[in-house]
Design a protein around this ligand. Structure first.
Ligand SMILES: C[S@@+](CC[C@H](N)C(=O)[O-])C[C@H]1O[C@@H](n2cnc3c(N)ncnc32)[C@H](O)[C@@H]1O
Length: 312
């Protein structure tokens, strides 16, 4: 008992003491054709990332929240892995898209992650005359299962105590002057973004069970002038949130379908893109998250899973 307590103190919950800090996952990206027409940017995670986080940090039957649900990659993985998925997403069209694809559409709400619990209670989609459909039009009710219009009257759902937060926040670069938490439509700054990340994760921490984990997918970003150390800065920002303590980072690398680590990439014109050089050559304007590289994106061939423990 004493040994278990000491191990728990040093390493957190026992179910995760054996987690290695470097992993290689399949690089299979979601099919671009499955994105709706109105969407001009593919921000979806490689499904293997949330799958791995969910399997590593939760058990079947656990409740999992993605407060930046996007196109629902995490919640779809939660469904496949027999956990209970809930999500918050600010973009109503993305929410409608997710609701068409998950087991419990009503648990994915239109709202602001910074509002935490109240985002579920007030579910912005419930205030509308008709729910916004994933094609951008309005309609009166949801297609799936138990989530008819009547269920939405008067607000959203009462969220449970979550066992895992598994998420990928909106990205930000240190030279940008727009606000990712407002859809990049409002003025912003990198400092304000990091402050907002602290606020959002504090609100999410409030929804987590005492031994819960928050697993955050993020990478540093090579785009524009130099490198934004987003992953490291976000680790600090989330660690600043009351209720969450940084435990470790796990580096996630990627393999293609044959198990080969993706290095150089052949282009149609016969040239090769050397991935290593792409990651260090600051003069290379072609170092973005272009899908042609088949890589993680953002100038790197790995991302981080940042792991935080609930700290009551
Ligand atoms: C990196 S994407 C998540 C992608 C997701 N993992 C997927 O695979 O589809 C971040 C998402 O956070 C959403 N978002 C940005 N600010 C938000 C906020 N304040 N509250 C909730 N969601 C927000 C964005 O609209 C975007 O869909």
């Amino acid at each position: 008992m004493a040994a278990a307590t000491a191990a728990g103190f040093l390493f957190g919950p026992l179910r995760s003491t054996s987690v290695r800090t470097f992993r290689t996952l399949p690089a299979d990206r979601p099919d671009p054709d499955t994105l709706p027409d109105w969407c001009d940017v593919d921000v979806r995670s490689i499904p293997a990332v949330p799958e791995w986080c969910i399997e590593t940090f939760s058990d079947p039957g656990d409740a999992v929240i993605d407060p930046f649900a996007g196109f629902g990659t995490t919640i779809a993985a939660v469904d496949r892995l027999d956990r209970d998925g809930y999500g918050i997403e600010r973009d109503p069209r993305r929410v409608a898209y997710v609701r068409d694809r998950v087991e419990h559409p009503r648990r994915v709400v239109v709202g602001d992650a910074r509002d935490g619990r109240s985002a579920f209670i007030t579910d912005a989609s419930a205030d509308r005359e008709g729910f916004i459909s994933s094609d951008g039009s309005k309609r009166k009710s949801l297609i799936n299962g138990d989530d008819d219009e009547e269920d939405h009257e008067g607000g959203g759902v009462d969220p449970p105590s979550f066992d895992l937060c598994c998420t990928a926040p909106p990205f930000m670069l240190d030279w940008m002057d727009t606000d990712p938490f407002e859809g990049y439509d409002a003025d912003g700054s990198y400092e304000a973004y990091l402050d907002d990340a602290t606020v959002a994760f504090e609100a999410i921490a409030d929804l987590l069970a005492p031994d819960a984990v928050a697993a955050v997918e993020v990478s540093n970003v090579r785009f524009g002038p130099g490198v934004s150390t987003l992953a490291w800065d976000l680790a600090d920002a989330v660690d600043d949130a009351d209720g969450l303590r940084f435990r470790t980072e796990i580096v996630l690398g990627f393999e293609d379908g044959d198990g080969r680590v993706e290095d150089d990439v052949d282009r149609d014109d016969g040239s090769r893109v050397d991935a290593g050089n792409r990651a260090v050559d600051a003069a290379d304007d072609d170092r973005t998250w272009s899908p042609e590289t088949g890589r993680y994106g953002y100038g790197y061939d790995h991302c981080y899973c940042l792991v935080f423990d609930r700290d009551a």
